[in-house]
Design a protein around this ligand. Sequence first.
Ligand code: NAD
Length: 301
Amino acid sequence: MQHIAFIGLGNMGAPMARNLVAAGFHVSVFDLAPAAVASLVEAGATAAASASAAVQTADAVITMLPANKHVQELYLGAGGVLDSAKPGALFIDCSTIAADVARQVAQAASERGFAMLDAPVSGGTAGAAAGTLTFIVGGSAAALQQARPLLEKMGKNIFHAGEAGAGQVAKICNNMLLGILMAGTAEALNLGVAHGLDPKVLSDIMAKSSGRNWTLEVYNPWPGVTDGTPASRNYTGGFGTALMLKDLGLAQQSALSANAPTPLGGLVRQLYQMHAQAGYAQQDFSSIVHMLQPGLQTPAA
Ligand code: NAD
């Protein structure tokens, strides 16, 4: 498998595609934003004029798009990628979307004789750049076996969650928990700071106590506590509030379809809805701390 088509070169897709170029694959790239394509061409990829042109001679096609509608349009729309790929091409969609849409697209691929995996990721933009993402895969074991050499160049953990759509179910469970943990971590830090505690000292204490979690240790929402996080660069880059809100909505839809109670997931979706409407949709999701403490700034170096 030498020739890869990569479609969707945003915060996540661009560094993932860069890692495939660096690993020696021939990578054809397409994005609706010409600047995103130009940046990958500088790294050694080949620009394609359209998604269908990108996939024509590819052995594997990787897509990393924002949401359901983008994936449905690209795969199922007239002149979509399933109409242009060569026989035997493997499709891997890494976007976070609804499990039923992932199953619908995989079914359409299968009807045309293509194997397809849903392979959403965890690990954020830093994990994408470092090639340490976690891939959460739904689809056949045989297709995953075929995809492994590619996924291993972009990530370090690869989990097989089950058949088509199972990767998306597992991912949405993870992101609902992530949203709850981020809102809870922001709330605990804000309470401590309101009592005069240093947020870094409080974070160090909780990171060695039973409140320990990823948003506290790796992705702290308080500015200046952890170097290199979105909170330390005024909430730019990272995982946008709008994308977290989308994932929390997917979690609620999944909860409804399975009759599973998700009271905290429902509450945190409402918090993120209000936060997005307050003007934070494009900022990193850790900016939820501003809902409790408006105007927090990254301290001057
Ligand atoms: P992004 O908005 O930065 O990038 C999406 C890219 O897709 C954009 O460059 C856009 O131009 C492109 N695009 C949209 N429609 C297209 C089409 N039809 N053809 C070609 N290109 C198209 O989003 P992102 O942060 O890279 O996230 C991508 C997916 O990964 C989302 O589903 C998100 O939920 C998920 N995710 C993101 C993170 C994160 O930390 N950012 C982490 C894990 C998972």
